[in-house]
Design a protein around this ligand. Structure first.
Ligand SMILES: *Cc1c(COP(=O)(O)O)cnc(C)c1O
Length: 380
């Protein structure tokens, strides 16, 4: 390259500034209204956002909370999970999925994922259930994760776990806005848990989360657990709970973000389609099964020599990320928990090969074409 040319502008992995620029005035006004009324905790924006979110997901109850990890914790607590219980979780996920189980003194039992979808493998699930029964574990439920924005296969999971009376807690932290056979992510289990961490598809400007359910009794339990287990008398707590409320300011931001979310989902799909057109046959690209729609929290490809590829992209100013370099059953804190006896070979192979590319609704086509061209050169 002649040195008279300026180096190409740096590329953002997730461009939160571009997202903000579009709604900056409205967000400032919304936060200003909260500053004016001063209801920082459980102010009117919280309930308004919950109502809009419940309508978006198509559930009776959306209960906002402090973050996605608390959403999982609240879901498990509402189901009465405690010491001596066991929950089936995929190993190839973010730590919070198993952390919420272990924090309650329960045992996560690690299950493998399908290499083609990154999501819970129903065959491995059946093995892990048989193992857990043989070991005398008290199985309570399963936490499928909709990894990278693609829903897990809930029909196949239900077929395995429903006859045993297990509950399904959907970890929809990455999948809000995704679809599965005519249903919406967040509404695919007995309870759904999501996160509004800034980098998630629907992100706020700090931490946030929500729990979804159609069950009135569970919803009442969740609302109580979110505020220290409070009863109808505020100072007579009827259960052990958390301080897990969503800040009013974050709810105000989320109302503005939700208003443009459908458009952002469509933009994410266009970005994913362009990657797939440019990269299919060059690297292993993510596949969306018929009847599913991913919300593309990540666009994750599989490569053989990941270090070389990531370094080659970095040299051209292109950031990448590895979600996740170590499956949970290999991590120090989680090594001691049981795994499906058939092993977790897909989780281990994926951990060696995954590479996530820049992905956000405002990724411009010329920038994307630079990424595609650089990746094609890197793997040649
Ligand atoms: C982000 C994430 C969580 C936790 O959400 P936080 O808001 O960061 O607590 C849980 N599960 C998965 C799969 C996630 O990606």
């Amino acid at each position: 390259m002649p040195d008279t040319l300026a180096p190409p502008a740096p590329i953002a992995f997730i461009d939160l500034a571009a997202q903000h620029a579009r709604i900056a005035d409205r967000v400032r006004a919304a936060i200003g209204r909260v500053l004016d009324h001063g209801g920082y905790i459980m102010g009117p924006e919280v309930r308004k956002f919950e109502d809009q979110l419940a309508a978006f997901v198509g559930v009776k109850h959306a209960i906002s909370c402090a973050n996605g990890t608390d959403a999982l914790l609240l879901g498990l607590m509402a189901k009465g999970v405690g010491p001596g219980d066991a929950l089936l979780v995929p190993s190839f996920t973010f730590a919070a999925t198993a952390e919420a189980v272990a924090l309650l003194g329960a045992t996560p039992v690690f299950v493998d994922v399908a290499e083609s979808t990154f999501n819970l493998d129903p065959a491995s699930l059946a093995v892990a259930i048989a193992d857990a029964k043989a070991a005398g574990l008290r199985l309570k439920g399963v936490i499928p994760v909709d990894l990278f924005g693609l829903p897990a296969d809930y029909d196949a999971i239900d077929a395995v776990v429903r006859p045993l009376g297990l509950f399904v807690l959907e970890d929809a932290a990455q999948s809000l806005g995704a679809r599965y056979r005519g249903r919406v992510a967040g509404a695919l289990g007995d309870i759904g848990a999501t996160s509004f961490f800034p980098a998630k598809p629907l992100g706020c400007y700090g931490d946030g989360g929500a729990v979804f359910t159609d069950d009135d009794a569970l919803a009442a339990g969740l609302r109580s657990l979110r505020v220290h287990g409070q009863g109808t008398d505020k100072y007579d707590n009827v259960r052990i709970g958390l301080n897990a409320r969503l800040d009013t300011i974050q709810a105000a931001v989320l109302i503005e973000k939700l208003a443009i979310f459908d458009d952002e989902i469509a933009r994410r799909q266009r970005v994913a389609d362009r990657y797939t057109d440019g990269l299919d046959g060059v690297v292993a690209v993510p596949r969306v099964p018929a009847g599913y729609a991913s919300v593309w929290a990540q666009y994750t490809v599989l490569v053989d020599d990941r270090e070389h590829v990531a370094a080659a992209l970095k040299a051209e100013g292109i950031p990448t990320a590895v979600y996740y370099p170590l499956p949970l059953h290999r991590q120090t804190a989680y090594r001691g928990f049981p795994c499906a006896s058939s092993g977790l070979p897909a989780s281990e192979r994926l951990a060696r090969r995954v590479l996530s590319l820049p992905m956000h609704p405002y990724l411009e086509t010329d920038v994307q074409d630079r990424i595609i061209a650089a990746l094609r050169r890197a793997v040649r």
